[in-house]
Design a binder for this molecule. Sequence first.
Ligand code: SF4
Ligand code: SF4
Length: 175
Amino acid sequence: MKTFLEEVNEKIKGVPIQRCYHCRKCTAGCPLSFAMEYNPNRIIKMIQIGKRDEVLKSSTIWLCVSCETCITRCPNEVDIARLMDILRQMTIESGIGAKEKNVLKFHEAFLSNIKLWGRINEPLMMAQYKLKSGDLFSDMAMGIDMFKKGKLPLLPPRTKDMRTVKRIFEKTKHS
Ligand code: SF4
Ligand code: SF4
């Protein structure tokens, strides 16, 4: 049976996680580390020592915003942003459930928009997110302000090359 480290390395298909020597440069630059349950280099340590459940059940993997500051700072080019994506996917596949449920709902609304339009339709995406999360009224005032200033077009153009978008979804098996 594969170890958690082997499982992750197989999916990352890049610099293996054991290349990390815990200099903490990633954590020092991460804009979200203050809110994370375990900071980025701690997540790597936990993978190295096989703490599968703790990692997949943590809020950290849902709070990462994929800004890629960590890989820019890492002397060993460990791709933590990609790692967090893989961990989120593993969490869903394992049926564990997202610790930050609304973040998962936001991802689902985002992807469903891309699938439909090839780009983001902000009003539609926000409506989908709000219906999924039940958080109907927060940010309402800001939404109205943005609409008045023409920042939320009701019908933004669709991406011309929808065939490529469709192919990407088929390849990644997102339904
Ligand atoms: S910057 Fe790279 S080597 Fe340093 S702790 Fe982070 S992942 Fe590990
Ligand atoms: S990609 Fe994620 S872990 Fe890396 S610096 Fe940005 S928020 Fe932090």
